[in-house]
Ligand binder design. Structure first.
Ligand SMILES: Cc1cc2nc3c(=O)[nH]c(=O)nc-3n(C[C@H](O)[C@H](O)[C@H](O)COP(=O)(O)OP(=O)(O)OC[C@H]3O[C@@H](n4cnc5c(N)ncnc54)[C@H](O)[C@@H]3O)c2cc1C
Ligand SMILES: NC(=O)c1ccc[n+]([C@@H]2O[C@H](COP(=O)([O-])OP(=O)(O)OC[C@H]3O[C@@H](n4cnc5c(N)ncnc54)[C@H](OP(=O)(O)O)[C@@H]3O)[C@@H](O)[C@H]2O)c1
Length: 715
């Protein structure tokens, strides 16, 4: 719950005393500043500690500083121009930064990093600091900026009426770009240099609304009465909402993509090969090695519970995983604060069974062992060697653990393959159209529109039954999902009898979208973990403990050198800004800091939630007096604000932290708006407190990022 005491008590004075002299770069900036900007906003100082004196200090750093969580005058919230407060020096707003800032002293307790194996193959989010990893395309990609919540809309909720959760917003089309054209002519002109280019290269020009026409299909008077394409009469097809224009069976299509090569083949298992016991329901086959050269570890679920309350828009679960027997890896690495484990999640049994049924694969062969050969590539694992393979496996193992059947937008190659094996002429024509230049607009719509799974496509085109090896040659590899440790892994023992088990903790928010049948579709990783949590909940109702169930999570010590883990240090003030489950890693930060007595009053958390009654994660579980370190910002209750608005209101604190020796500002949460929103607020703070121009303020944060003092890990 939001602690209202926080809003009416003095902030505890940070016990740090920093002796700071202006750095050369800041000196230059200081010369640029003349007078401190004033603003019309009225600030109310909300001190932290009931008995602490609120006192005025000069520019945060030259004295031991006092910091306040301030609440703005309601009218002044969210503006780029910040208000002046008693805690900033009107004549000298640029804090003096220690000379040593750029060659920052690294804490001696800096953590070990895991081997680079998995890190090297990661791609980085544009909004994040270099070094922020993401799993391969498991997330929808938004290019367009998402607007911050308009204040007018939240102001309307400032009454005391009982809160009624607003209906969930309609899912936004995952438009892949902004509208850059007014019609087909404009698009043709833009795309001219890209003729023959791959879809991924031109996709960014498609607005997702049907404006992308490389070659439009002209209405052919001859075909009008000739052979119309009969639309497949099934719900799956209708759910695709395809715009087929004047497509007929006789329409000429050009630039149809090639049928994807067949790289996978099956042979019967020779009698000489001894059968292998399959663990398909619990653990991936041993050839799935997302953390080479190590095998995936089967972590026993010690406990799982829901962190959110019924009625929360998104469900979040907490997991305690037993890693007591996790094997040692080279380089003496360990789980570290801020690190993220990799989870090799399977496709659900239901998703796999549906595909078998749709492909008409007989039940008796689904689990039958066979020899699978690949001619090249990494599949059926990711980050393995690129080489030909011969493996003993089963069809179920491959579909369950190796291929992405639901979290990847359809590719032209896949549609082309389905066309090749479609018996019905109308289905074949539509699929060829989607793989052609003429169908580019419809294809772009399909890729950027609502979620589509392989089963949905096979249901939409029921006459197409590609052989499984061909399909496996074309589908993307199922990638592991990453989950940040939500605790300090050094403090991770539980005692049961005389056995001390080592546990790691993660918090997982369930990704859920509507499926074409009208029900929900959960994400591969979060859905798998939710199914586990539900089993625990069911068992507990019958008095059975989670540890008696032998539930397993296939995981590995994934990212222990990601930005959060890399830049966490055991000293220096830290401001931790997280929204949703993005706050989870910061619980570990706070826990670790607790161990160090001289670190009291050096950590502040801004936690963005929708409604603290429903989704304030880990409330009361931080191991500290939360009101002293944490400020909860609710987006859908009370004032209705986002964390970045609080960042602006905490300008003094932000400015103090970032200009302190070893001071750091960490940001974690969704890349879809939150990261950018917070960065904009930080820039505003620097403009106000440093009296900088926007470009200077942006440069200020860019330098802080480079120096490892501003760390954003958004996903
Ligand atoms: C370093 C790091 C740390 C992380 N830490 C955490 C953490 O602590 N807790 C946490 O909850 N998450 C965390 N994540 C995110 C996590 O790894 C997953 O991305 C997240 O759980 C979603 O994965 P999923 O398999 O459940 O969903 P997916 O199946 O990958 O789907 C993700 C979303 O994409 C959409 N989507 C997928 N496919 C399509 C399609 N074909 N068409 C349209 N839309 C589609 C779905 O709507 C869904 O909402 C972290 C990520 C990284 C990189
Ligand atoms: N190490 C990592 O990289 C890491 C670790 C953990 C989590 N994550 C990521 O963090 C994200 C957390 O997501 P979640 O699903 O739990 O919560 P979420 O959907 O991102 O929402 C959390 C809060 O953020 C608000 N919000 C929405 N848009 C915002 C914006 N533009 N600016 C600021 N706040 C905004 C929401 O408000 P409204 O709904 O009212 O608009 C809500 O109150 C996930 O994407 C997860 O993958 C990353």
């Amino acid at each position: 719950m939001v602690n209202t005491a926080l809003q009416s008590h003095p902030i505890q004075k940070p016990s740090v005393s920093c002796t700071n002299a202006a750095s050369p770069s800041l000196k230059a900036l200081r010369r640029l500043s003349s007078a401190h900007r004033t603003s019309s906003g009225t600030l109310i100082t909300i001190p932290f500690q009931p008995n602490a004196r609120s006192r005025s200090v000069t520019s945060g750093l030259r004295h031991s500083a006092t910091h306040s969580f301030k609440m703005p005058h309601p009218q002044s919230a969210g503006h780029t121009c910040l208000s002046e407060s008693s805690a900033c020096h009107p004549n000298d707003p640029i804090p003096r930064e220690p000379l040593t800032t750029t060659q920052r002293r690294r804490s001696s307790t800096k953590q070990e990093h895991s081997p680079a194996s998995s890190v090297q193959s990661l791609v980085y989010t544009s909004g994040s600091e270099q070094g922020s990893p993401r799993t391969t395309a498991t997330e929808p990609h938004f290019d367009g900026a998402i607007e911050e919540k308009p204040l007018e809309s939240v102001d309307q909720r400032q009454d005391d009426k009982p809160f009624v959760a607003p209906p969930s917003k309609p899912r936004k089309r995952r438009a892949s770009t902004v509208l850059i054209s007014q019609g087909p002519q404009d698009v043709r002109r833009i795309l001219l240099p890209f003729k023959g280019a791959k879809t991924t290269e031109i996709e960014k020009f498609c607005c997702g609304g049907g404006c992308c026409f490389l070659n439009t299909l002209e209405q052919d008077p001859a075909t009008k009465s000739g052979s119309p394409v009969i639309i497949p009469d099934n719900d799956a097809f209708r759910s695709l909402k395809l715009h087929l224009g004047p497509l007929s069976l006789d329409s000429e299509l050009s630039q149809i993509v090639e049928i994807p090569p067949e790289t996978v083949s099956f042979q019967p298992l020779s009698a000489a090969v001894p059968p292998i016991k399959s663990t398909v329901r619990q653990h991936p086959p041993s050839f799935v090695t997302p953390h080479p050269p190590y095998e995936v570890f089967s972590a026993k679920v010690h406990h799982a519970r829901e962190l959110t309350k019924p009625g929360a828009e998104k469900r979040t679960y907490h997991y305690d995983l037993d890693v007591t027997d996790y094997p040692s890896e080279s380089g003496d690495v360990d789980f570290v604060v801020g690190g993220a484990i990799g989870v090799q999640a399977p496709n659900s049994d239901k998703a796999v069974e549906d595909i078998f049924d749709l492909l008409h694969i007989p039940k008796h062969v689904r689990d039958k062992q066979l020899v699978m050969n690949t001619i090249s590539g990494r599949w059926p694992t990711i980050w393995g060697d690129d080489k030909a393979r011969e493996l003993v496996t089963t069809r179920r193992e491959l579909l369950t653990w190796c291929s992405d059947v639901q979290s990847y937008p359809p590719t032209k190659s896949l549609l082309r393959l389905l066309a090749e094996y479609a018996d019905a002429p109308n289905e074949k024509k539509i699929l060829l159209y989607l793989s052609s230049a003429q169908g580019q607009a419809a294809f772009c719509d399909l890729r950027t529109g609502p979620h589509i799974t392989l089963a949905q496509l096979l249901s939409a085109f029921p006459s197409s039954h590609p052989p499984l090896p061909r399909l496996l040659s074309t589908l993307n590899t199922l990638t592991p999902r990453f989950y940040s440790l939500s605790q300090d892994p050094q403090e991770s023992c539980t005692r049961e009898g005389t056995n001390c088990r080592r546990l790691i903790e993660v918090a997982v928010t369930v990704h859920e979208t509507p499926n074409w049948r009208g029900g929900p579709r959960t994400g591969v990783g979060s859905g798998f973990l939710e199914r586990i949590a539900k089993k625990v909940q069911e068992a507990e109702k019958d008095g059975i403990k989670a540890t008696e169930l032998d539930l397993r999570v296939p995981m590995f010590r994934g990212l222990m050198a990601n930005p959060l883990a890399r830049e966490f240090v055991s000293d220096g003030p830290m401001l931790l800004i997280g929204a949703g489950v993005g706050v989870a890693p910061f619980r570990g930060f706070v826990q670790r800091r607790l161990k160090s007595a001289n670190c009291a009053n050096k950590v502040w958390v801004l936690q963005g939630v929708r409604d603290s009654l429903l989704d304030e994660l880990y409330s009361g579980e931080w191991g500290v007096e939360e009101e002293k370190v944490k400020k909860v910002v609710q987006s859908r209750r009370g004032e209705g604000r986002y964390v970045q608005e609080e960042v602006r209101h905490q300008a003094d604190l932000v400015w103090y932290v970032i200009n302190s020796l070893d001071g750091r500002v960490f940001v974690c949460g969704s890349s879809q708006g939150m990261g950018e929103g917070v960065e904009r607020a930080l820039v505003d703070v620097a403009m106000d407190k440093g009296t900088l121009r926007r470009e200077e303020a942006e440069e200020f944060w860019a330098k802080k990022k480079e120096a490892g003092q501003y760390i954003a890990e958004t996903w």
